[in-house]
Design a protein around this ligand. Structure first.
Ligand code: HAS
Ligand code: CU
Length: 590
């Protein structure tokens, strides 16, 4: 498959080349360096997380159990989850956002020191948490953290795991402060202008993030850290779970909104056209700010002790929360169609063939969108209180989130790196033929794995288990209706291996790019054409970020005030539970 050069295939009148305009790295060398550092940590986490992923896929499907023993399964699963959804995501997003704000405001960071501080805070946090997790595999490190990425009490990790997680979050707050400082300095010179779209998207995402992380910050700082240090003896598992899910749902939009930033601002240009509507994009982001947090109880439908009425409210809010994604499906596909028609495409559907499918930055983002549509539908099923009882805690749920965070986010991040990394390094993309195939490899692997996971979940196969035999009785019920469970297990393992190969291909391309010489034609243009319907067609009140943030806070208080007060009524630490397993290892040398 040949790799089409975006600058040569796109039509002149829709995507202008930036001949003469300095590449991003030359204009913003400081920002580029820290974006590169963020991406380097993100890709290292992806490599480690991917390795853990394929090991556990082979182990739990019984295809190959020679690498780990089942007693290490939860260490590997925790490593996979934390590296992928906390480290890879957060660092990639920090770099992407720095690029988005810098390029759309056309100005560098307001404080170089702050940039270094947030990066190092997040990195130290990552190293602490990773040390605790790796400690589960070796006696050399007297720590462990086999608590999975949801770190539910009463499962207890070593304190450095929680301290590390807290530092990652504090670092992300400081990164947000950095973007806001850049915005304020721009605002002082552009009083009456509309906020440039990419900066608007970053700021709204960060406001949502500030509200969402309050839940987990309270959980970790006031309960889990003192508890793991032995300062308090018990915690209330239901209260801490509720605080976790206060954060745990909106965190998924912290992953999705950066992917949407790419789909709204870069994908239309890669398609050869322009974004359909700037105003609609702003509304979508504001809807996420308003509705992301008051829905967390949809992860706790089966938790006893939370009145059904609150769960019902969360379900209703979740259904409203489908709206911004459905609007996105319309706007982004319309923009792609516009691009295809600019490239000479026609017909109702045949324009799809005129999209630049051999450009991996395009194909990866589009395929990520396509699989997200499927992930969105399984999300709708999760969200129904009654149907949730059928799928909760089964393999259906990992099937769902590998399509969402594992594809909508991860594949978009990888594919847009093919476009972004040349700009922040000044080097031409390496191994272009491998890059052109890589998104398809991910797509096929994920279709196999996630489809099989969904089906296994319907057969009652539980999630979070190392043992394929535990659910053998389900085979009898299932075999006649849907095929055999052993076939499903094989598809999961095969999909997992293909995903791992795709991941290695991505890393090879990044490495080869880094080895390319700097300077010359980097093969991509960073210019992004304006929307067909620009911000002037939407009301100015959309840019009043403080108003929307205030409304979002009120909605959170309405959704969470009473339930939290109810949980706290019998005391904040009761009904209490001691930690399991009990960890009383010395804190130092670790
Ligand atoms: Fe979810 C569980 C409900 C979205 C992640 N979710 C999870 C977990 C994770 C996760 C990690 O209500 C597991 C947590 C755990 O460990 O326990 N989820 C939803 C709903 C949505 C949703 C209603 N989830 C996400 C996103 C995630 C994510 C996004 C990460 C990024 N989820 C749930 C529920 C549970 C849950 C329950 C609990 C389950 C349980 O019982 O434990 C919605 O936001 C989805 C809306 C999406 C759509 C799709 C629109 C389509 C678009 C595609 C456009 C196409 C393009 C390309 C651009 C309606 C936008 C076109 C290409 C061409 C070629 C034309
Ligand atoms: Cu959720």
């Amino acid at each position: 498959m040949a790799f089409a050069d975006e600058t040569t295939t796109a039509r002149e009148e829709t995507v202008t080349d930036t001949a003469g305009e300095a590449a991003f790295v030359e204009r913003y060398p400081f920002e580029s360096r820290w974006i590169r550092y963020c991406f380097a940590v993100a890709f290292a986490a992806l490599a480690g997380g991917g390795l853990f992923g394929v090991i556990q896929a082979l182990h739990r499907t019984n295809v190959y159990r020679g690498i780990i023993s089942s007693s290490d399964y939860y260490t590997i699963l925790t490593g996979h989850g934390v590296l992928m959804v906390l480290v890879f995501t957060t660092f990639f997003i920090a770099g992407l956002f720095l690029w988005a704000v810098t390029s759309s405001l056309d100005r560098g960071v307001a404080s170089e020191r702050l940039t270094k501080v947030w990066f190092w805070t997040m990195l130290v946090g990552t190293l602490l948490a990773a040390t605790a997790i790796i400690g589960g595999l070796t006696d050399v490190i007297p720590a462990s953290a086999d608590v999975l990425f949801t770190f539910y009490a009463p499962l207890q990790a070593h304190p450095i795991f929680y301290i590390g997680a807290a530092l990652i979050i504090v670092g992300s707050w400081l990164a947000g402060a950095n973007y806001f400082k850049m915005f304020f300095s721009w605002r002082s010179e552009h009083r009456d202008e509309r906020i440039p779209l990419r900066t608007f998207m970053v700021l709204v995402t960060m406001l949502m993030w500030y509200i969402a992380t309050m839940g987990v910050a309270v959980e970790v700082v006031f309960f889990l850290i003192p508890w793991s240090l032995g300062i308090i003896e018990t915690v209330d598992p239901l209260l801490t779970r509720t605080l976790f899910w206060f954060f745990g749902h909106p965190v998924v939009y912290f992953w999705l909104m950066p992917a949407y930033l790419v789909w709204y601002s870069i994908l239309p240009k890669l398609s050869g056209g322009r974004l359909f509507s700037d105003g609609l994009a702003r509304i979508v982001f504001l809807l996420f700010l308003l509705l992301s947090t008051p829905v967390g109880f949809h992860h706790q439908y089966v938790d006893p002790g939370i009145p059904e009425g609150f769960k019902f409210v969360a379900m209703t809010n979740t259904m409203f929360l489908l709206l911004p994604s459905l609007l996105t499906a319309f706007t982004v596909v319309a923009s792609m169609e516009h691009g295809a028609r600019q490239r000479g495409g026609g017909g109702y559907f045949s324009w799809l063939g005129d999209l630049p499918w051999s450009n991996p930055a395009f194909s990866g983002s589009a395929l990520a969108g396509l699989l997200f549509a499927a992930g969105g539908f399984s999300g709708m099923i999760n969200a129904g209180m009654n149907i949730n009882y059928l799928v909760h805690n089964t393999l259906w749920v990992p099937g769902h989130f590998h399509l969402t965070v594992g594809t909508a986010f991860a594949l978009t991040a990888m594919s847009i790196s093919y476009w972004l990394v040349p700009q922040v390094t000044g080097r031409r993309l390496g191994l272009r033929n491998i890059a052109a195939v890589q998104p398809y490899m991910w797509f096929i692997g994920m279709v196999l794995m996630s489809n099989a996971m969904h089906r296994a979940g319907l057969a009652g196969v539980p999630r979070r288990t190392a043992e394929p035999y535990q659910y053998q009785s389900a085979d009898i019920v299932y075999e006649s209706a849907f095929g055999s469970l052993s076939g499903i297990r094989l598809q999961i393992a095969l999909g997992g291996v293909l995903l791992f190969v795709a991941l290695l291909m991505f890393l090879a391309v990044m490495w080869d790019t880094y080895m390319n010489p700097r300077g010359g034609n980097i093969g991509v243009s960073g210019e992004i054409p304006p929307a067909l319907s620009g911000p002037e067609h939407s009301p100015k009140v959309l840019d009043n970020l403080w108003l929307w943030a205030a409304i979002a806070v009120v909605l959170v208080i309405l959704a969470y005030g009473l339930p939290l007060a109810g949980l706290a009524q019998d005391g904040l630490l009761s009904p209490g539970s001691p930690g399991f397993p009990v960890l009383l290892e010395p804190l130092w040398p670790f």
